[in-house]
Design a binder for this molecule. Structure first.
Ligand code: 5GP
Length: 212
C-alpha cells in the first residue's frame, strides 16, 4: 500500500499578500492540514484572539521560551518576535499530518536547514501596486508600519528563489486550489515514498524469480 508521510509546508509572502486568508480557506476546504499557530510579541489587531491567530506573549515570556528550546524557529520581523512552537509541529508530523507554517523568510530558511524535505511556497501579489493597496486597505496599521512592511517586502523579494514554488494570489479560490494541488503533487515525489518504492521492488524481485 502506498504510504504518505506528513509534509512540513512553509508558506511565506509579503505582508498584505493575503496568506492568512488563504491558509484559513485551505484548511476549511481541504481536510487533513494542521495549521500551526505561532507566538508573537506584536500587539493583537482588532478581532484577533489569543490562541487563534497567534499566542500573544510579552518579550520576557517569548525570550524564556527561546531559552527553553520551545521554538523550531523564531525571527524578528519589523521590531517584534515571531516563533513556531516546537511541540505542535513535532506532534503532528509524527502523526503523519501535513503541517503548515505561515512564516516570514528568515524563519523559512531556518526550517529548510532543519527539515531539508520541507516544501517551501511563496505567495505573490498580482503586482506591487496591488500589494500596497491591500496593505493600506486593511486599515489596521499606521502609515509608518506600512512603510516598514513595504521596505521589508523589497528585502524578501530577493529571497524568493529559495522557495520550491510561487503562487499568485489574484483570485482567492483559484490560489487555494493551486496550493492544494502543489501539496498533493509533492506527496508523489519518489523521495517521499521510499518505503512504498522499496516494497514494490522487493515484491517485483520475488515475483520475477517465481516466474523463471
Ligand atoms: P503579521 O504581523 O502580519 O501577522 O505577521 C508578520 C510576518 O510574520 C508575516 O510575514 C508572517 O508570515 C510572519 N510570521 C508569523 N508567524 C511567524 C513565525 O512563527 N515565525 C516566523 N519566522 N515568522 C512568522
Amino acid at each position: 500500500m502506498k504510504h504518505n508521510e506528513g509534509i512540513l509546508i512553509v508558506v511565506s509572502g509579503f505582508s498584505g499578500a493575503g496568506k492568512g486568508t488563504l491558509m484559513k480557506k485551505l484548511v476549511q476546504e481541504y481536510a487533513g492540514y494542521a495549521l500551526s499557530v505561532s507566538a508573537t510579541t506584536r500587539a493583537p489587531r482588532p478581532g484577533e484572539t489569543d490562541g487563534v491567530e497567534y499566542f500573544f506573549l510579552n518579550k520576557d515570556a517569548f525570550e524564556e521560551k527561546i531559552a527553553e528550546g520551545g521554538f523550531v524557529e523564531y525571527a524578528c520581523y519589523c521590531g517584534n518576535y515571531y516563533g513556531t512552537p516546537r511541540d505542535y509541529v513535532e506532534k503532528h508530523l509524527m502523526e503523519g499530518r501535513d503541517v503548515i507554517l505561515e512564516i516570514e523568510i528568515q524563519g523559512a530558511l531556518k526550517i529548510k536547514e532543519q527539515y531539508p524535505t520541507a516544501l517551501l511556497l511563496f505567495v505573490m501579489p498580482p503586482d506591487a501596486q496591488e500589494l500596497k493597496r491591500r496593505l493600506t486597505g486593511r486599515g489596521t496599521e499606521p502609515p509608518e508600519v506600512i512603510k516598514k512592511r513595504m521596505e521589508r517586502a523589497v528585502e524578501e523579494a530577493e529571497g524568493v528563489e529559495e522557495y520550491d514554488y510561487i503562487v499568485v494570489n489574484d483570485d482567492l479560490e483559484q490560489c487555494v486550489k493551486q496550493l492544494h494541488e502543489i501539496i498533493t503533487a509533492a506527496h508523489n515525489t519518489p523521495f517521499r515514498n521510499e518505503t512504498f518504492i522499496e516494497t514494490i521492488r522487493a515484491e517485483l524481485n520475488v515475483l520475477a524469480k517465481g516466474e523463471k
